[in-house]
Design a protein around this ligand. Structure first.
Ligand SMILES: Nc1ncnc2c1ncn2[C@@H]1O[C@H](COP(=O)(O)OP(=O)(O)OP(=O)(O)O)[C@@H](O)[C@H]1O
Ligand SMILES: [Mg+2]
Length: 239
């Protein structure tokens, strides 16, 4: 399929009855701004990998920037043009950011552009504090203004602390996802309206809200076809 529709995960309530009801995201519509959180080992990177591989396959011509500070889970992309690891993440971010600023200046039709940052805080907190502020304000601008510019932004972080996102820009995320066993503190940070409903889940299961409503319990089915998916992602990261 090349219609821009991806199925990142299934509805867990149906899954419990043996029915796979996929949730669909239309990646050709607006820019998605996705915040992925959950404790270590909860399945954030696995979900991110699925979202990115499916987007690479279904959104023809898209270009994906992948910032992987930890340089473990996406090491298979090493050598691809838009894969940035460890200290290189700052260069990758600036390259992406400059394209975004150009898009703001000139109304035009563009190819879809995607930024994924794995473990955003690990990278952010590794850089000097003056630069951190600069990156955070750019991130806020990106989250605010990229939506109509054919840009998707996906950020993963264990604890989405407010101070990691300047001027309240955490509220700019359209899709918020909490995987597995979020602490009360984390629930309070991004899904405060659903404190009562959210319970501890197994790995690969969690919750999603869209514009802070529509709480859905989700399951990320384990993919059997990982190599074919990874080769699609490689192409979009190297394009
Ligand atoms: N959807 C899933 N179904 C079954 N098992 C899963 C699923 N997602 C993750 N796992 C298992 O959990 C492990 C950890 O997943 P993953 O690396 O995605 O978590 P993470 O939240 O990114 O962790 P970290 O914070 O350490 O980066 C995987 O190696 C896999 O064994
Ligand atoms: Mg991870």
């Amino acid at each position: 399929m090349t219609d821009g529709i991806i199925r990142p995960f299934a509805d867990e309530d149906y899954w419990q009855y043996g029915i796979t009801k996929w949730i669909e995201w239309d990646m050709k519509k607006d820019g998605y701004r996705v915040l992925l959180s959950g404790p270590s080992g909860s399945g954030k990177t696995t979900l991110a990998n699925a979202i990115l591989c499916k987007t690479a396959r279904n959104l023809p011509g898209c270009e994906i920037y992948l910032l992987d500070y930890k340089n473990i889970d996406f090491a298979y992309l090493d050598g691809a043009k838009r894969y940035f690891k460890y200290d290189g993440c700052t260069d990758g971010f600036m390259e992406f950011y400059n394209i975004f600023e150009e898009r703001l200046k000139y109304p035009d039709s563009y190819d879809w552009l995607i930024l994924y940052i794995d473990e955003y805080p690990s990278w952010l907190l590794s850089i000097p504090s003056k630069e951190q502020k600069d990156i955070m304000s750019r991130m806020a601008r990106l989250l605010n203004l990229s939506r109509a510019k054919r840009i998707h932004i996906i950020i993963s972080c264990q604890k989405p602390l407010g101070e990691l996102f300047s001027v309240g820009s955490r509220e700019s995320f359209s899709h918020k996802i909490l995987m597995q066993a979020p602490s009360k503190e984390t629930i309070g940070m991004i899904m405060p309206n659903f404190k009562e409903e959210i319970e501890t889940c197994p790995t690969g299961v969690g919750y999603c809200t869209v514009n802070d409503t529509n709480l859905t319990k989700i399951r990320v089915p384990w993919s059997r076809n990982i190599e074919a998916m990874q080769s699609d992602l490689w192409k979009a990261v190297d394009r």
